[in-house]
Design a protein around this ligand. Structure first.
Ligand SMILES: *[C@@H]1O[C@H](CO)[C@@H](O)[C@H](O)[C@H]1NC(C)=O
Ligand SMILES: *[C@@H]1O[C@H](CO)[C@@H](O)[C@H](O)[C@H]1NC(C)=O
Ligand SMILES: *[C@@H]1O[C@H](CO)[C@@H](O)[C@H](O)[C@H]1NC(C)=O
Length: 454
């Protein structure tokens, strides 16, 4: 009798136990399902920090040759495709190795995975201008890579809008200062703002701004052409650049100079997006096709449309004294984004910007490359070599005269890097084991002396 009771109690307990396990299990399923829905479009990363041995991995392998992500090994899933991605160079010898990934700024000519094997795919991630790696500006340089993620709309993973926080940031009025207030402030402030501390650039923007300043008053707070100090609380403009206070401060200006450090097709940075966000009209010089990306055709004053800094200055003066014309440049602050092209490109973007923690564009790049690697592992794959249009940064010319300026050191560097690019391509195509730095530099110099390589 007692046994029966005991076993019955036990049975009840067992049932409770089973039930609660079942509930837990269901909860877990629901949670997994919810996460799955949320992430269906986003690659799943399983970061594991300890080192793998080659035998641990059975998926296709992609190796970051240049240090960039700090990832010693992770499995990623992109849809139903899987890859293993690592910075661990031993994995270039894995039987399922497919692709090298390079981060442009960390790439060194004397440290490349040579000799290059025919089936090795090289992919480049480089969001910056050629300031720190000039040889990419040349066809011989960029075509060392098969796939790219650059600022260009033509690259495989375009990063053109990388610095735009969101669509909403362009239309919202968080920082917006009404025109009547801006006009009042002209008693204390110049109509034009300039904040720059990188004064030596391929575009030579300071020379242009210096000329502009002769014809219109510009407040310059950075170290370049400095003529005014920031309020105490923001005394280091480079540090406070992204602070709320600084954004409110810049919003008081009717115009902001937004000159890129180099002229490359589609190379557009926060220099343009910041004034657009706060509601100051950008005076822009940089990508020749910037209009494709503006909220409306008319959201910036383009220096390239004026024959001289003087002409530009007189146009700014006209806009400054005509409220109606001035406001027509700010239609995005009335929530009007009329640029269909920009809309089309922004909408499918999965990643957030550098600032927020949403899914990042580096994940997007890795995932796209994983997909390409799978494609490449099949027979009869169509070959692909990157073309100069994905990194279109022509020979620097003076922003003021439109001519080559022999005193601009970046012009020399551009020519020098053309010699670098062609020599490097020869070495790699010749199947060499490595690049000897001393000999390489000697040879580049001797070619420079002979012909500029152009
Ligand atoms: C600049 O000039 C081009 C060519 O004349 C013109 O299509 C464009 O609308 C102008 N852009 C602005 C913002 O004035
Ligand atoms: C990758 O690019 C190189 C040139 O840099 C080319 O020789 C090779 O055929 C390309 N591979 C594929 C699979 O497209
Ligand atoms: C590079 O070449 C120079 C000159 O021939 C030679 O002295 C040096 O040892 C070489 N360096 C390497 C790492 O092979």
């Amino acid at each position: 009798m007692e046994l029966l009771r005991r076993s019955k109690r036990c049975r009840t307990a067992l049932l409770t136990c089973l039930l609660s396990t079942l509930v837990l299990f269901l909860q877990l399923l629901v949670q997994l399902w919810l996460e799955w829905i949320e992430d269906a479009n986003v690659p799943v990363h399983h970061h594991i920090t300890n080192k793998f041995s080659l035998n641990d991995v059975d998926d296709l392998v992609l190796v970051w040759w240049t240090p960039f992500t700090g990832n010693t090994g992770s499995f990623i899933e992109c849809g139903n495709l899987k890859c293993f991605i690592t910075e661990d160079r031993r994995f270039q010898h894995h039987s399922k190795f497919q692709m090298f990934l390079f981060y442009g700024s960390n790439l060194e000519i004397w440290d490349l995975p040579l000799p290059r094997k025919d089936q090795h795919i090289w992919s480049l991630f480089h969001e910056e201008s050629p300031k720190n790696i000039p040889f990419l500006s040349h066809q011989e340089g960029i075509s060392l890579f098969n796939f790219t993620a650059t600022f260009s709309r033509f690259s495989d993973v375009p990063l053109t809008l990388q610095y735009v926080q969101s669509f909403e940031s362009l239309t919202d009025l968080q920082y917006y200062v009404p025109l009547s207030k801006k006009n009042e402030l002209l008693q204390y402030l110049s109509p034009v703002l300039y904040v720059q501390s990188d004064c030596d650039t391929p575009l030579d923007r300071d020379k242009y701004v210096q000329n502009l300043m002769r014809y219109i008053s510009v407040d310059s707070y950075g170290t370049c052409l400095h003529n005014k100090d920031l309020p105490e609380s923001m005394s280091n403009p480079m540090e406070s650049m992204t602070s709320e206070e600084f954004l409110h401060f810049t919003a008081q200006y009717k115009f902001t100079i937004a000159f890129e450090n180099a002229v490359c097709e589609d190379y557009i940075t926060e220099k343009l997006w910041r004034p657009l966000t706060v509601g100051s009209v950008p005076i822009y010089l940089g990508s020749p096709s910037v209009q494709d990306w503006l909220p409306s055709q008319n959201s910036a004053v383009l220096a390239i449309n004026f024959s001289s800094p003087k002409e530009l200055a007189s146009h700014i003066s006209v806009l400054n004294s005509n409220d109606e014309e001035y406001l027509s440049l700010l239609s995005h602050k009335e929530s009007v984004i009329s640029n269909i092209y920009q809309k089309a490109k922004m909408n499918p973007r999965l990643w957030g910007s550098l600032k927020d923690n949403r899914y990042h564009f580096i994940d997007q790049f890795e995932c796209q490359m994983c997909i390409k690697a799978h494609h490449n592992s099949k027979a009869n794959v169509q070959r692909k070599v990157a073309n100069q249009e994905v990194y279109n940064c022509p020979k620097p010319i003076s922003s003021v005269t439109g001519q080559e300026d022999p005193t601009n050191p970046w012009l020399y560097l551009w020519k020098y890097s053309k010699c670098e690019a062609s020599l490097l391509a020869e070495i790699i195509q010749g199947g060499h084991m490595f690049v000897n730095q001393t000999l390489f530099n000697q040879e580049v110099l001797s070619r420079m002396r002979e012909s500029d390589c152009t």
